[in-house]
Each structure stands twice: as C-alpha cells, then as structure tokens.
Design a protein around this ligand. Structure first.
Ligand code: IPE
Ligand code: IPE
Ligand code: MG
Length: 175
C-alpha cells in the first residue's frame, strides 16, 4: 500500500507529483527484492476508487506515470517472468491504459516467477458490489461462490501488509 508519496515530495520542497515519480523507483526496488526473495505474489495498491477525488492534475500525472512505465518496461517484465494481473473496475480507467493492460496481461499470462497484482481503480467495497451483482440470480450463495466472483479470485489472502505512509489503516484495500 504505497502511501505518503505526496507528503514525501512536499517535505522535500518539491511537489506531490515529484513524490509519486520517486515512489515509482521504490516500487522497482520492491519488485526486484520480491523476485530475489522468490515471493510469489505482490499486490500494489496503485489507484483506489476514492482517489478520483484528487485534483485532475494529480490523477493525470499518476496515469501518465503508469502509461510511460508500461511502455518502457514491458519487454523487461516479460523477460523477468513476471505475470501481471489487474484487479479493480476497469470501466472508468482511460481507454488506452485498459488496452495496454489487457495486452500486458495476455503477454505475461504464462509467466510464473512473481505475480504482480496491480490494484487500479480498486476498492474492496466496489469489488463486493460487483460480486453481488454477478450473484444476484443464485439463491443460496456460498463462500466459494462469493470468492469466485471477486477480482482477487486467483490470489491467496495476503500474509503481510506494508503501508508506507506512517498511518495504520486499510483505505478500502483487500478486505
Ligand atoms: C501515493 O501516496 C498513493 C497513491 C495514490 C499513488 P499518496 O498520494 O497517498 O501520498 P500522501 O499519503 O498524500 O502523502
Ligand atoms: C490508499 O492511500 C490508496 C493507494 C495507496 C492507492 P490513500 O492515501 O489514497 O488513502 P487515505 O486517503 O489515506 O485513506
Ligand atoms: Mg495517502
């Protein structure tokens, strides 16, 4: 749960967006360590359903970062054997990002070193509502039915949660 990036930038007499830019370097370090440590799953809370309340310039900056990062690193990601899995509601995301994410999921589908779950326009409450809608015709809903309809269906429950910003809360992540 990458948090505190905006404050980090401001504390260095720069901008919140500068903090986001530098935060991406840290993500790269975390990915490298995860590969080295043979950690099978890493879920990155990248953009929440609540983050749409932020100013447009910050939202655009974040999506541009994602855009550029994918373009620059797609080959490397494939070569490293990383599998990319997107969790969250795709509908509201910029069209070109959804397209390139679909492509990256397809190209990394058979990879099996580290699975990176990219939580984009993700929020647990929206995830639950989405599951409920899919289950509305089932009379007796089991836990298995529920789990099968979550964005996180192919991901084991998390063993460890790291929130970098200094506060302890879940912010609608992986309930
Ligand atoms: C990054 O940190 C999280 C993203 C939404 C990318 P924040 O943007 O939450 O930074 P703070 O917590 O406001 O400092
Ligand atoms: C959670 O951090 C969202 C992401 C890391 C993407 P926020 O900074 O947006 O959450 P709150 O506002 O502190 O709950
Ligand atoms: Mg924050």
């Amino acid at each position: 749960l990458m948090d505190g990036n905006g404050r980090w930038g401001l504390n260095r007499r720069k901008s919140r967006n500068y903090g986001h830019l530098k935060g991406l370097n840290t993500v790269e370090k975390v990915i490298k360590s995860s590969l080295d440590q043979k950690i099978p799953y890493l879920t990155l809370y990248t953009f929440s359903t609540e983050n749409w309340k932020r100013p447009d310039n910050e939202i655009n900056f974040l999506f541009n970062l994602i855009r550029e990062h994918i373009k620059k690193n797609l080959k490397k990601i494939i070569k490293q054997g990383i599998k990319i899995n997107i969790i969250g509601k795709r509908k509201k995301l910029p069209f070109d990002i959804v397209q390139s994410l679909k492509l990256i999921e397809k190209k990394t589908k058979k990879n099996n070193t580290l699975t990176i779950n990219l939580a984009l326009n993700y929020g647990s409450k929206e995830e639950i509502i989405n599951a409920i809608k899919k289950l509305k015709n089932i009379k007796t809903i089991t836990i298995k039915d529920f789990e099968r309809n979550l964005y996180t269906k192919n991901i084991p429950d998390p063993d460890i949660l790291i929130r970098t910003g200094g506060t302890k809360r879940l912010s609608n992540f992986l309930l």
